[in-house]
Design a protein around this ligand. Structure first.
Ligand code: MN
Length: 267
């Protein structure tokens, strides 16, 4: 894939995000067989395995963000998913992670990867595309997001009103959707070790959020886990799909609206 081909695909992806972003949080999407993929972090081999194993099976594949940085194959990983998205926009959902941002890519490897593999001026096209990615989706009454519940979000539909085009989101709701983590040992929100403007949310926050929005649970990425972990009495499921940290890669399979199984992907 050459430089102009990549730029063209990134533009197409941005246009698809613009067309679908609001519907993802306002129209309550339903599908029968769904695969949820957590952080892949430049682990293109895992993403290829998921597509090889599940493309025919799945009606929809939901990626929960963090496609780049850490692993060496961020471009390959991201472009593989974008090609599938462009081929079948209704089948692939690509949510934004906190690593889809220049401030983070400068420190964790992706900006340098792009400069080395494509060229000095190519990174901006990625940054623009990232800034158009959706922050969340409601699928089969599950709230899908990279990080978690923000302090001041009332209704999931309000996510449709967030500003678009922010390279490094500083809107508190947008930032916390990308950065927050569940914590079973607390009530309410407390500051998160990840840094200013990020928070942990307790099981009580989860209960209230799900009830107010008539949702069944939350499926998210963001935290390193041995494939997956659960919080808030199983109401929050974290999926971690990269092997980067020496963890095993996990994905979640949903069928008929229920979580069917968690599967470890082996290379
Ligand atoms: Mn993350």
């Amino acid at each position: 894939m050459d430089k102009s081909e990549i730029a063209g695909l990134l533009k197409k992806a941005g246009d698809i995000f613009d067309g679908q972003r609001n519907a993802l949080v306002t129209s309550r999407i339903e599908a029968n067989k769904i695969i949820f993929v957590g952080d892949t972090h430049g682990d293109a081999r895992i993403t290829k395995k998921v597509f090889d194993a599940y493309s025919d099976y799945a009606d929809m594949i939901v990626f929960l963000g963090d496609y780049v940085d850490r692993g060496k194959y961020g471009i390959e990983n991201l472009m593989m998913i974008i090609e599938k998205l462009v081929d079948a926009p209704g089948k692939i959902i690509m949510l934004r992670g906190n690593h889809e941002s220049p401030m983070i890519n400068r420190n964790y490897g992706f900006m340098r990867e792009v400069e080395e593999k494509i060229g000095e001026d190519a990174y901006k096209n990625f940054a623009i595309m990232f800034s158009h990615m959706p922050y969340a989706a409601v699928v089969n009454s599950y709230f899908c997001v990279h990080g978690g519940i923000p302090q001041i979000l009332g209704k999931v539909e309000d996510i449709a009103n967030l500003p678009i085009g922010d390279f490094n989101p500083d809107n508190p709701v947008a930032k916390e959707l990308l950065w927050n983590d569940p914590n079973d040992g607390i009530r309410g929100f407390i500051p998160n070790l990840r840094g200013p403007g990020t928070y942990y949310f307790g099981p009580d926050v989860v209960e209230k959020f799900l009830a107010e929005n008539s949702l069944k649970g939350i499926i998210r990425g963001h935290e390193v886990a041995d494939g997956f972990k659960s919080n808030a009495n199983g109401k929050v499921i974290t999926v971690f799909s990269s092997t980067y940290h020496g963890m095993s890669s996990g994905i979640l399979v949903m069928e008929g609206g229920e979580i069917k199984e968690m599967v470890k992907i082996r290379l």
